[in-house]
Write a protein that binds this ligand. Structure first.
Ligand SMILES: *Cc1c(COP(=O)(O)O)cnc(C)c1O
Length: 372
C-alpha cells in the first residue's frame, strides 16, 4: 500500500508521462494484436513488411508536407546511431553545434571525437536557454535540436544566417527526436530532420527516420570516405528506396510508428498533432504559473516546450519525493532528467497524451504536495 493514496477520482485515465519511451496508444497496440499473425514473424524482405515500410514513408511525407524530391531514410539504431552515421555521411569536414543540454551536447561530442573531422564549433548556452546558430563559410553542417528533451527548451527551426542576413550554405541537420510529430516545422528550413519513434510517435525505440532534402541526399551520395556499413547512410538510403532497412528491423516498432503517423494524418496532420501538444502545454504552464510552490523552469515563455514541460519546485519541497508518490499511485516517469540535477518534475506533453490527463496530473501533484 502506498504511504499516500491519491483519491481515485483525481487520477488520470493513463498514468504514463515519460519522455521516452512514452505512452503508446492502446488503440495502436490493439491493432497490432489484431494483425500480429500476418505481420510479426514474417520476412522484412517480403511484400507485407515492405508495404508497411512504404506506408510509413508515404505517411511521413504527408505529415511533414515534404516536397517531392525529399527522401525518407530509415535505419536501425535510433537517433544515437544516426549521430554516428552523420559524422561519416553528412558532415563533410567541419560542423557547428548548438549545445544546450544532454542530447544536443552528445552529437557535438560525437563530432569532436571523430578523427576524420575538423574540430567542430560548439556554441553553448545554459540549461533552460538555447544558443543561436551563426552562418559561417567554414561550416558545412549545422547541428540544431528542435526540442532539448533534457531541459524542456524548444527552438524555432530556421536556416542560420550571418550578420548581413545571408543564409548559410551548409546543411542543416536537426535532431527532432522529441519534437517530430509534436512541433511545427517547415521542410524548407532543414536538410535532414531526424528522429526515433519512441516519443511523439508513440512507438518503441531502436529505429531512426531522417527526412532528407536533395542537398542532404547529394552529400550522402557524394561522400567517399569509408564508413562502417551499419553507419553508412548511402546504404541506408539505397535500402530505404526499396522500402526496407539494411538489417532486420523490429516489425512491431514499424507498425506502431505507421499507425501513429496515420492517426495524425487522418486527424488533420501536423496541425492536429501539434494542437494536441499545445492543449496540454496550456494546461501545465498555466497551472505552474498560478502555483504557490511550482513554476516553469524555462524563463522565456516562447521557449517553453509544448512537448516536454520542466517544472521547478520551491526548495522547501522535494520534487523527487512527489515523483515517488506519484509512481506509487501508478503515475510514472515524472522524474527530472537525472543529469540536470534540478529540483523539478519533467512531464511529457506528446500528442498521444490527453490534455485532460495532464489536468488530472496537476490535481494529483497538488494533492500529494498538500499531504507531504
Ligand atoms: C530521446 C532523444 C535522443 C536519443 O534517442 P535514442 O533513440 O535513444 O538514441 C536524442 N535526442 C533527443 C532530442 C532525444 O529526445
Amino acid at each position: 500500500m502506498p504511504g499516500i493514496e491519491i483519491p481515485r477520482h483525481l487520477l488520470p485515465a493513463d498514468g504514463r508521462f515519460g519522455c521516452g519511451p512514452s505512452k503508446v496508444r492502446p488503440e495502436a497496440v490493439g491493432s497490432l494484436a489484431a494483425q500480429a499473425s500476418s505481420l510479426l514473424g514474417t520476412s522484412h524482405r517480403q511484400a507485407t513488411v515492405r508495404d508497411l515500410v512504404g506506408r510509413l514513408q508515404d505517411g511521413l511525407r504527408q505529415l511533414f508536407s515534404l516536397p517531392e524530391e525529399y527522401e525518407v531514410v530509415l535505419g536501425n539504431g535510433g537517433t544515437t546511431a544516426f549521430w554516428d552515421a552523420a559524422t561519416f555521411s553528412l558532415i563533410e569536414s567541419r560542423s557547428q553545434h548548438l549545445s544546450f543540454g544532454e542530447f544536443s551536447s552528445k552529437f557535438a561530442a560525437a563530432a569532436k571525437a571523430a578523427p576524420h573531422l575538423a574540430e567542430p564549433e560548439i556554441i553553448v548556452s545554459e540549461p533552460g536557454t538555447h544558443p543561436v546558430a551563426r552562418a559561417d563559410r567554414g561550416i558545412d553542417a549545422y547541428a540544431l535540436t528542435h526540442n532539448e528533451t533534457s531541459t524542456g527548451v524548444a527552438t524555432e527551426i530556421a536556416r542560420p544566417r550571418d550578420d548581413d542576413g545571408q543564409v548559410a550554405d551548409g546543411l542543416v541537420l536537426v535532431d527532432a527526436t522529441s519534437a517530430a510529430g509534436g512541433l511545427r516545422v517547415d521542410p524548407a528550413e532543414f536538410d535532414a530532420y531526424y528522429f526515433a519513434p519512441q516519443k511523439c510517435f508513440g512507438s518503441d525505440g531502436g529505429l531512426f527516420a531522417a527526412l532528407c532534402s536533395p542537398a542532404a541526399v547529394e552529400r550522402i551520395e557524394r561522400t567517399e570516405r569509408w564508413a562502417p556499413a551499419f553507419l553508412d547512410l548511402k546504404i541506408a538510403l539505397s535500402n530505404s528506396r526499396q522500402r526496407q532497412t539494411y538489417n532486420t528491423p523490429a516489425l512491431a516498432t514499424i507498425f506502431l510508428f505507421a499507425e501513429q503517423v496515420e492517426w495524425f494524418n487522418s486527424g488533420g496532420g501536423l496541425e492536429f498533432a501539434a494542437g494536441r501538444a499545445d492543449a496540454s502545454a496550456a494546461v501545465i504552464y498555466a497551472w505552474a504559473e498560478a502555483s504557490s510552490y511550482a513554476r516553469p523552469f524555462v524563463a522565456v515563455p516562447s521557449e517553453r516546450s509544448h512537448v516536454v514541460a520542466t517544472i521547478d519546485f520551491d526548495d522547501s519541497l522535494e520534487a523527487a519525493r512527489v515523483a515517488k508518490v506519484l509512481r506509487e499511485n501508478g503515475i510514472v516517469d515524472t522524474e527530472p532528467y537525472r543529469k540536470l540535477g534540478r529540483n523539478q518534475l519533467r512531464i511529457a506533453l506528446f500528442p498521444t497524451i490527453e490534455a485532460a490527463d495532464v489536468e488530472a496530473l496537476t490535481s494529483c501533484i497538488d494533492y500529494v504536495v498538500e499531504q507531504l
